[in-house]
Design a protein around this ligand. Sequence first.
Ligand code: ATP
Length: 406
Amino acid sequence: MSRSPSLPERPRLELDPDMTPDERLEALREHFKEIVQVNEQLTEQLDAARDRQHDLTDEVDQLERENETLKTSSLYIATAEELTDDGVVVKQHGNNQEVLTEVSPSIRDGLEAGDRVAINDSFGVKQILDPETDARAQAMQVDGSPDVSYSDIGGLEEQIREVREAVEEPLVNADQFREVGIEPPSGVLLHGPPGTGKTMLAKAVANETDATFIKMAGSELVRKFIGEGARLVRDLFELAAEREPAIIFIDEIDAIAAKRTESKTSGDAEVQRTMMQLLSEMDGFDERGEIRIIAATNRFDMLDRAILRPGRFDRLIEVPNPDVAGRERILEIHTQEMNLDDDVDLGAFATETDGLSGAELASLATEAGMFAIRDGRTTVQQSDLHDALEKIEADDDASSVPVAFA
Ligand SMILES: Nc1ncnc2c1ncn2[C@@H]1O[C@H](COP(=O)(O)OP(=O)(O)OP(=O)(O)O)[C@@H](O)[C@H]1O
């Protein structure tokens, strides 16, 4: 930046007592001339300073407008894969679509392969993400249209009904709720063992309602983005407001909303701040329009009861491990694209899989396919399912061996 010129010296009038009146008059004339000159210089400097002030004000306005555009328009996150003479190959996160796009020279100069960038609807690179924005991008997964539907979820008919009533209906029939004069539940908490379909449920509602699905993992907030939790929670709600209708999904909410402990470590204070921010966002939620919030936990017992108060997560939905009919349906779903031998009886097999979660049944189906391939076959037999079950149970036992003996 150019330094402003220093101010001219103030002219000094030096009158000698021995001067004749003529000499004094001459000295006074000289002094007057000097003062006029300095006055002109100062006027010039003042004009230049005013011009500069105008330029800077314009620059500030321009930056404010750019900032506003960046904040309000929806941008997507992508990675710059390759810089070529024809442009930049970017890969959009979420759908992995790759495109060759042009970038303005000013952005191109600072861009390197591997950088995360923000792109607009027509794939134009608008911004290189700095580490701070990057944290935001990593902490939140945004999916414009998740590809899970209710029919992909096995054995959770009652839970699907409840989620539809508490989340889908208020989004789709907001007017009806207003006319009847009732407030829909603020937040829905899905709780149950790992891998039972909680995330799928949240994605399916987003899909069904054409809402944007925004996921944030509580554990990552606490582990990866230390010191940023509260701000990221605020950003999460801001992003949802920009993208409404939107469904906010907070996975592993127990990581930020566990019961308060006696210990006063700085880590606890940080988690507390994050939770307080979440509670205050939820308390101011009514005015937020078409945003619904779903949280999930495997550790319901650990939750701070403050988050379950009316107006917060006041609708609890338990998502348990599937019963035998649920397991059969989940097996059907995960084998529907597979080439099954006529001897396969999923109903009978389901009775042998007591205690397995939906996620375990999904990987069991893939494992069974692997056994068929290893055996040089293109069809999956009942025996492959049994082998896969044995393997999964053996893996399970190995992972539950106490660490000291593992
Ligand atoms: N009920 C189900 N029906 C069909 N597939 C299921 C079901 N539950 C789980 N799965 C399979 O397991 C995967 C993981 O499920 P999901 O992420 O929804 O579980 P979750 O309950 O959110 O788990 P976590 O608590 O560990 O986050 C799904 O992508 C799907 O393949």
